[in-house]
Design a binder for this molecule. Structure first.
Ligand code: XUL
Length: 454
């Protein structure tokens, strides 16, 4: 069976046609927002803003990105007519607000990188304290929908009032493909500070506190085993068959959990993308006592734990540019020229405000003379700093003998060896660096195999 997996990430969108029997990608295409949709003036997938805490994107860019990647697949001769089902994922936490006619009520949607809701987080903290973490799996978090919607209501009450539906990007894309309002997937819905993970219902007390009428604006919650949505006629222009099942899109991290085959407890996944994340299927529900980590839904049932680090691939790219070296040097040579441990030289990159742990956007902080150091020392210092911080902040998730490494930077032998050293674990990689899109394709296959197709 062929299924289509779509990954709508921060910097672009990818689509893979996946053969579920031979377990291989038969066609794939990608769109980069900066390069391919320059009219949205978002080189890194968000609108540049003088305030480094504000990170927003035009939702029209996500729609055009989706259509362009499907067009590219179709034009490349991919077997679109043979695709039996569609699944996918999106960057987590981005909210999309619509009015009754389905038009956007907010043309600059906060994405996961937004940290401009400090005041709202403080007010959620003051009101709910520990109860928020206990009920929703996460402490009050800047990028999550609760704080973001509280701010939207305060900043633009008129647009908030006109909003009749608040989607996550994942459920918005499912709605677009299905041509009707789609439910929210629990994997991604858990990343809003609004879903009670004990009842798997929206928490009325929290929604009432956040903004008036929010509960009615939230989509239904997807229940496993529900009849899937089906593809709308609009997408037949790309050779797809109207009426094929569309599995509810999930978050990129839950999709990667599935794509790596790590949806059963036992192994962990490190995804090295715009954000670096560390996650694992959870044997038992628990939360991060230090208040940085999260609990999301596992698309195959139960929960997953996750810690997210904001200064991931954009920081690596920035240091590579500062060093004036190519990717081969960054990924391999730098690690051949330097010893493990880097003679004690370590650096932390805060180009973006960091969330795990919280840190303002101060640039590079090194324990050595950064300016005069060689490129290889700088590169190892950065990567060892990133991975050592990850190790420290993910102890609450558990100890793992096997770690899957995925995402663009998983191609780097140097980075993989640092992970193996720091975690003392066996490192596995997939053939494709993009486990999220494969996860989407597997979720699509799952709705077919569950016999839920019409
Ligand atoms: C997870 C998070 C990021 C985004 C990146 O909580 O914010 O990993 O999902 O796309």
């Amino acid at each position: 069976m062929l299924t289509l997996g779509i990954d709508s990430s921060t910097q672009g969108v990818k689509a893979v046609v996946y053969d579920t029997v031979q377990k291989r990608i038969v066609a794939s295409q990608a769109v980069n927002y900066g390069k391919d949709l320059p009219q949205f003036a978002s080189p890194d997938g968000f609108l540049p803003n003088d305030n480094p805490l504000i990170r927003r994107a035009n939702p029209e860019m996500w729609v055009q990105g989706l259509e362009l990647v499907l067009k590219r697949l179709y034009d490349s001769g991919a077997p679109m007519g043979e695709i039996a089902a569609i699944g996918g994922d999106a960057q987590q936490h981005a909210t999309v607000c619509l009015d009754e006619s389905g038009a956007f009520t907010r043309m600059a949607c906060p994405i996961w990188m937004d940290s401009s809701t400090e005041a709202e987080v403080a007010s959620l903290d003051a009101h709910f304290g520990e109860a928020l973490r206990e009920r929703t799996g996460s402490p009050a978090v800047e990028r999550f929908a609760a704080a973001q919607m509280m701010k939207f209501y305060k900043e633009d009450p008129e647009a908030y009032r006109r909003t009749t539906r608040v989607h996550l990007l994942s459920s918005y894309l499912t709605s677009l493909l299905a041509g009707r309002d789609a439910p929210i997937d629990i994997g991604d819905g858990a990343g809003m500070n609004l879903l009670n993970l004990h009842t798997l219902e929206w928490d009325e007390e929290i929604t009432n506190f956040v903004a008036p009428g929010l509960l009615e604006k939230l989509p239904a919650i997807h229940r496993p085993g529900e009849e899937p949505l089906t593809l709308s006629a609009r997408f037949t222009q790309f050779g797809l068959t109207e009426g094929i099942p569309v599995a509810p899109f999930t978050g990129d991290n839950p999709a990667s959990l599935v794509g790596c085959g790590a949806h059963k407890p036992g192994s962990a996944v490190i995804s090295l993308g715009t954000s670096d994340t560390f996650f694992a299927a959870m044997p038992d529900f628990c939360t991060d006592p230090d208040g940085y980590g999260h609990v999301f839904g596992n698309p195959f049932g139960g929960f997953m734990s996750l810690s997210c680090f904001k200064n991931g691939s954009l920081a690596r790219e920035r240091v590579r540019t500062l060093c004036g070296v190519d990717w081969k040097f960054f990924d391999e040579t730098a690690f051949e020229l330097t010893p493990s441990g880097n003679d004690g030289n370590r650096a932390f990159a805060y180009f973006e405000s960091e969330i795990t742990p919280r840190h303002p956007p101060t640039g590079i902080e090194a324990n050595f003379d950064w300016q005069s150091a060689s490129p290889e020392v700088k590169i190892r210092a950065l990567v060892e700093g990133q991975i050592a911080n990850m190790r420290e902040r993910t102890r609450w998730i558990g100890e793992f003998k096997t770690i899957y490494v995925t995402g663009g930077a998983s191609r780097s032998q140097g980075i993989r060896s640092v992970i193996a050293d720091v975690f003392g674990a066996e490192i596995l990689t997939l053939d494709a660096t993009d486990s999220a899109a494969i996860g989407g394709a597997l979720l699509a296959a799952n709705v077919c195999e569950a016999g839920l197709t019409k």
